[in-house]
Design a protein around this ligand. Structure first.
Ligand SMILES: *Cc1c(COP(=O)(O)O)cnc(C)c1O
Length: 221
């Protein structure tokens, strides 16, 4: 199957309420252009340097999503163009994103990453930390004028156990629901980013509104 066919096949199965992020990390620009020519406009990358190089080389109507873990000192390299940062997991990082967005005269949308997996390696906040961050930035909203929290992101445990994955996605959805009524200028949870190639159908059943799909579109890495 070609990239175009993979993409169109996956898109045909997604409900209209679900946004597809085509995860193009490690893939060369011609592969991304094949997806672009088939109509894809949202691409996800996990390294800032690689994303910036692709942004420079590719058409400017692409929305670039940073899906990887972000180091504070690298935010400046994506602040001019990034459209959504999925993996925000600290106030320190939000503070720097706000600072760099301001320098670029932009507002940058962010998702807060929640820890739902049973693995030590995955980043993210627990529900109390999430509540704390939302409270803090809402109370200090005159400082954080250049960021918006628009949703949550999570990654399930890497396992074949569907029940376990379902439990983790359901947990994230309940955290999302618990916080989505706290609507303000700075925080309005609309997007729930969960689901990758192996588990996106399950994620959608559990309430995902944004899936991040790489290998099922572009092939293995
Ligand atoms: C690589 C990656 C994906 C895509 O994974 P696939 O299994 O290739 O679909 C999704 N989300 C994050 C955070 C990733 O790093």
């Amino acid at each position: 199957m070609s990239i175009k066919n993979n993409l169109l096949q996956i898109k045909s199965t997604l409900p209209s309420t679900v946004t597809l992020v085509a995860v193009s990390k490690t893939k060369p620009i011609p592969d991304l252009m094949e997806a672009y020519d088939a109509g894809q406009r949202i691409f996800g990358e996990n390294k800032i340097q690689e994303m910036a190089e692709k942004w420079e080389a590719m058409p400017k109507d692409i929305e670039w999503h940073m899906i990887g873990h972000v180091q504070t000192n690298k935010v400046k390299f994506m602040a001019p163009f990034v459209s959504l940062i999925h993996g925000v997991d600290s106030l320190k990082l939000l503070h720097e994103i706000n600072r760099q967005a301001k320098k670029n005269n932009r507002i940058i949308d962010c998702l807060l990453q929640i820890y739902i997996a049973e693995e030590e390696s995955k980043f993210g906040l627990d529900e109390d930390e999430l509540s704390g961050i939302i409270r803090f930035i809402t109370q200090n909203n005159e400082i954080y004028k250049n960021i918006r929290i628009v949703g949550l992101m999570g990654m399930a445990t890497f396992t074949d156990n569907q029940e376990q994955i379902k439990k983790e996605f359901t947990h994230l959805k309940s955290i999302f629901d618990n916080h989505k009524n706290l609507k303000s200028e700075i925080c309005n949870l609309k997007s729930l980013s969960m689901g990758m190639s192996g588990d996106y159908q399950l994620a959608i059943e559990c309430g995902s509104t944004m899936v991040r799909i790489g290998s099922s579109i572009f092939g293995g890495r």
